[in-house]
Write a protein that binds this ligand. Structure first.
Ligand SMILES: Cc1cc2nc3c(=O)[nH]c(=O)nc-3n(C[C@H](O)[C@H](O)[C@H](O)COP(=O)(O)OP(=O)(O)OC[C@H]3O[C@@H](n4cnc5c(N)ncnc54)[C@H](O)[C@@H]3O)c2cc1C
Length: 331
């Protein structure tokens, strides 16, 4: 999540360095609906790309933007060498009941996936070196999916299964789930998606459940309800270390269950905090040895503090795959 303010930048880059040092298969960088953090998101992705060995995935939203604007943002990312995107619609502004999308806009993630493929194809047709890059590093386009339906959008699981099939048909390479608290949410959804014809990898999105305030805030943002027993158990623990340990243990149970059920890997919602993410991965045996060069202050790229003003993104993220699973296309 790009730093919102200049004074948040040093801590942001420290977190990024910690995550990158354990070699996740990718880190993804959020992008605010409306594109208010466009410049900061671009700088963060470009810095990760230039200064680390880890694949950055650029989130991209389209809600409220014209086709021309979105094409320009895509071009900017492609010019910087970005080859992996998470194509999202984003949510319309909540405080504007009369809000209507622009007539010439890109109205859904499905239209955005198609537009990404179109822009890439046009660049390849216009320029032989772009065509070569495309052949050597095919564009990887992830999409979001919602195992229990999307409460924020009022959709059911069955609608989201159909929606995911449409996203796949539009050209999506793999999917990342919304966070969930019960392994059955993931396994049930994947079973229905496979039965419906979805063949792309479906990566399990997990939030380390260490902070009750975070769980409540995420519920406000996404509509995904935190289990009341989990909240009560966390809140009953006054000692922060005991709460952390309890929350990690609960998250590890869920993570292990989905991995045992065949999940290709985990996408950890970090909310720009490294310790819960790394402890969760450690708990399921996915933590790779830290790279001392990338941890050292002064490491290339990630050590550079971007202190220019910035505004918010939405979600969080670091990712790790099982060592025996293949990375997404182009990754
Ligand atoms: C992993 C992940 C990362 C995210 N990162 C960001 C981020 O960086 N920035 C950000 O702003 N937001 C982010 N979001 C939130 C996301 O933008 C919202 O949840 C948004 O409401 C849905 O996005 P989408 O790409 O699935 O939209 P779409 O697939 O385009 O769906 C949009 C709308 O279509 C409708 N719809 C769905 N299914 C059907 C159907 N079967 N028939 C008819 N209509 C249907 C729904 O009303 C839905 O609201 C993220 C979500 C996830 C899960």
């Amino acid at each position: 999540m790009p730093p919102r303010r200049p004074d948040a930048a040093p801590r942001f880059w420290e977190t990024a360095r910690r995550l990158v040092a354990v070699h996740p298969d990718f880190v993804s960088v959020t992008y605010g609906a409306g594109g208010g953090d466009r410049a900061t998101a671009h700088r963060v992705v470009a810095t990760l790309l230039a200064g680390t060995p880890v694949l950055p995935i650029a989130h991209l939203t389209c809600v409220g933007a014209s086709r021309e604007d979105v094409s320009e943002v895509i071009d900017d990312f492609l010019d910087a060498g970005v080859r992996a995107f998470l194509a999202l619609r984003g949510d319309p502004p909540r405080d504007q009941p009369d809000w209507r999308p622009p007539a010439d806009g890109v109205h859904s993630s499905i239209e955005l996936v198609r537009l990404l493929r179109e822009v890439e194809a046009a660049r390849s047709a216009a320029d032989p070196s772009s065509a070569l890059r495309g052949a050597a590093h095919p564009l990887s386009i992830a999409v979001a999916t919602f195992p229990d339906g999307n409460p924020a959008a009022g959709t059911t699981r069955a609608q989201e299964v159909r929606r995911l099939l449409e996203k796949q048909q539009a050209g999506a390479s793999f999917a990342i789930t919304q966070l969930f608290y019960d392994a059955d949410s993931y396994t049930g959804f994947v079973a229905e998606a496979r039965a419906a014809g979805v063949t792309i990898p479906i990566l399990a999105g997990l939030l380390p459940t260490t902070e009750p305030a975070r769980l409540r805030r995420v519920e406000e943002l996404t509509g995904v309800v935190a289990p009341s027993r989990l909240l009560a158990s966390l809140e009953a623990l006054d000692d922060p270390e005991a709460r952390h340990a309890y929350g990690i243990a609960r998250s590890v149970e869920v993570a292990q269950a989905v991995l045992d059920a065949g999940a290709p890997g985990l996408h950890v919602y970090t909310f720009n905090k490294h310790r819960p993410a790394l402890d969760l991965l450690d708990g399921v045996g996915l933590l790779r040895r830290e790279d001392p060069d990338l941890l050292a202050a002064g490491a290339p790229g990630v050590a550079a503090h971007d202190s220019r003003p910035a505004v918010g993104g939405l979600a969080p993220l670091g990712a790790a795959y099982r060592a025996d699973a293949s990375a997404p296309a182009g990754g």
